[in-house]
Design a protein around this ligand. Structure first.
Ligand SMILES: Nc1ncnc2c1ncn2[C@@H]1O[C@H](COP(=O)(O)OP(=O)(O)OP(=O)(O)O)[C@@H](O)[C@H]1O
Ligand SMILES: [Mg+2]
Length: 226
């Protein structure tokens, strides 16, 4: 099972938002997914409670992330997406330890970027592959990134921190769809928001495929095998 952990010690970076949209997108694409809410705040659980079909299924991490993952693995899921809390770092550490790949959402802003360094250090110490995702970025104009995004990339480059080449923009659609128990991929598959999530999902799949290649013997995803 491929485990994608969304982590950031910065509150409001977009962990729950990206977990929900990414997991829903992956589910929609036909993958067997499970979402794990490892944040007692319960944002992901709230979203899930509003979903008509209850998919992807939700597992609570109230009795531990490892236990939730063990059950999901036995149940034969292909992907697990874990939302973690900014504050409950002990639980987030468990989710990072278990991860195949750690995604670190960050808003392009000075304080936000600095806060990422601590989360990155945690992933590095545990030898976990990770990447930063710029979230809630100003929308591109004429296909050009906003200066704040360019500045963020330069900051991460200078520290040797890998950053996804795309961006998730600040869009009302990300919020409104979740409030209705849905996702941008389901409500507006042709939208710019949906295409951003599609690109992020492709990047996650590529990264996980590369991780498995570098570590033979680990699970192969359906996306790779196709
Ligand atoms: N790309 C985006 N466009 C518009 N609004 C966004 C975007 N990403 C996040 N938000 C909004 O920003 C707020 C924080 O997002 P979210 O709850 O996903 O962050 P979080 O990292 O999970 O926060 P916490 O650390 O409190 O769990 C929410 O109100 C969410 O709707
Ligand atoms: Mg959250």
């Amino acid at each position: 099972m491929n485990i994608v952990t969304m982590a950031s010690r910065k509150g409001g970076a977009g962990k729950s938002t990206l977990t929900a949209h990414l997991a829903a997108f992956s589910q929609q694409a036909g993958h067997r997914c499970v979402v794990i809410d490892a944040d007692p705040q319960g944002s992901l659980t709230l979203w899930h409670s509003l979903r008509a079909d209850g998919k992807p299924p939700l597992r609570s991490a109230a009795r531990g992330v490892d236990r939730a993952l063990a059950t999901a693995m036995v149940e034969g899921y292909e992907w697990a997406f874990i939302d973690t809390a900014a504050s409950m770092w002990v639980v987030a550490l468990e989710a990072i330890r278990a991860a195949t790949f750690v995604l670190i959402p960050a808003r392009p802003g000075f304080f936000d970027l600095n806060a990422v360094r601590e989360t990155v250090a945690t992933a590095r110490e545990r030898n976990k592959p990770y990447a930063v995702v710029l979230n809630a970025a100003p929308v591109k104009r004429e296909d050009k990134e906003a200066p704040a995004v360019g500045q963020s990339r330069a900051f991460f480059d200078s520290l040797g921190i890998p950053v996804w080449s795309g961006q998730i923009s600040q869009r009302a659609g990300y919020v409104l769809t979740l409030a209705a128990g849905a996702s941008v991929g389901e409500v507006a598959p042709e939208s710019l928001a949906s295409s951003e999530i599609a690109r992020l999902w492709s990047a996650v799949q590529r990264s996980v495929a590369a991780i498995h290649e570098a570590r033979p013997g680990t699970a192969v995803t359906r996306g790779q095998a196709a």
